[in-house]
Ligand binder design. Structure first.
Ligand SMILES: [Zn+2]
Length: 176
């Protein structure tokens, strides 16, 4: 069953890059049923879909400091559990366990990757756009990592804020 309600056609937006200040502010909670929020949800999915290797996109990565993001890890080889393509509005981390280090990249930091310790099992709650239905996602592995990366974005943090130090940051060699 898809977690994603029917949305209007999405527009492809420009992605903001570090050190743009909008990436460093905690995003504001919004009404999942608001027409502008619904449109932005569609735009995030459209922008994510045309960005090679992109498994998630937060609203402030397209310049809007609202608390929502899109995720779709279904095509990634490191994925175990996947909830398909979805958007969470006003998301929050409810539970997290079993930390593991893994390599991350980000559309807003296109030239670098980094090793970040993240929980491999998480429970995340948020609201569906349009309906405002409460969604509770229990997941693991790569989807858990993607969710924590996007939660960081809407809290105003980047993966670079989470790495153990300069030795854990690497130039990106390939663009998927
Ligand atoms: Zn990112």
């Amino acid at each position: 069953m898809s977690l994603l309600p029917a949305l209007p056609p999405g527009r492809v937006l420009d992605v903001v890059r570090a050190p743009d200040p909008v990436l460093g502010v905690p995003c504001a909670e919004v009404d999942p049923g608001d027409a502008a929020v619904v449109q932005l949800a569609a735009d995030l999915l459209a922008t994510q879909a045309v960005s090679p290797g992109c498994v998630g996109l937060a609203a402030n990565q397209v310049g809007v400091a609202w608390r929502l993001f899109s995720v779709d890890v279904s095509a990634h080889p490191k994925t175990r559990t996947s909830h398909g393509s979805f958007v969470l509005v006003n998301p929050r981390l409810v539970d997290a366990s079993r930390n593991e280090k893994g390599r991350e990249g980000c559309l807003s930091v296109p030239d670098l990757t980094g090793d970040v310790k993240r929980a491999t099992r998480v429970v995340v709650e948020g609201y569906a756009p349009v309906t405002g239905a409460l969604l509770r996602l229990e997941t693991d592995a790569f989807e858990a990592r993607a969710l924590q990366h996007e939660l960081d974005h809407v809290d105003g943090a980047l993966f670079l804020d989470r790495v153990a130090g300069a030795h854990a940051i690497f130039p990106r060699r390939t663009y998927l």
